[in-house]
Write a protein that binds this ligand. Structure first.
Ligand code: RB5
Length: 146
């Protein structure tokens, strides 16, 4: 599976930890930057990862900034993206099972690396439950067409 990743300067270290974890598990990772800790604007990078997921170039996406908030808002502006900001394992599992999220966002300044890796794995390895959640997602995504 191909995973898009992106971050700003505030998320670089955690992004690299998450990339290593995914590569260890055999995922193909496409890194849309940023690649240094020089100050930058998170929408420039998060939008590239989101567009890669929305176009089908990548199946899922992982984005990181200082809080995770800026990158998650950015990704959710892209048509077809459901990006969840997760800082706990329960939410990471639930958002795959119920919201079928195709992107996850985390904040490097909010949680430690060990927890972030657990969250990533919970999210990557939980399947969408379907059923009653399908029509809820359809209603959510219909808002993009209004
Ligand atoms: C950068 O200082 C910081 O604002 C950014 O990483 C992020 O937290 C924005 O939501």
């Amino acid at each position: 599976m191909k995973i898009a990743v992106a971050c700003d300067h505030g998320g670089l270290r955690l992004k690299n930890v998450l990339i290593d974890e995914m590569k260890k598990q055999g995922y193909e990772v496409v890194d849309y930057g940023t690649y240094t800790e020089d100050s930058c604007d998170y929408p420039d990078y998060a939008s590239k990862a989101a567009k890669a997921v929305a176009s089908g170039e990548c199946e899922k996406g992982v984005v990181v900034c200082g809080t995770g908030i800026g990158v998650s808002i950015t990704c959710n502006k892209v048509d077809g993206i459901r990006c969840a900001l997760c800082h706990d394992v329960f939410s990471a599992k639930a958002t795959r099972a119920h919201n079928d999220t195709n992107m996850i966002a985390m904040g490097q300044r909010v949680i430690g690396e060990g927890l972030a890796v657990e969250i990533l794995n919970a999210w990557l390895h939980t399947d969408f439950e379907g059923g009653r959640h399908v029509k809820r997602i359809e209603k959510m995504m219909a808002l993009e067409k209004e």
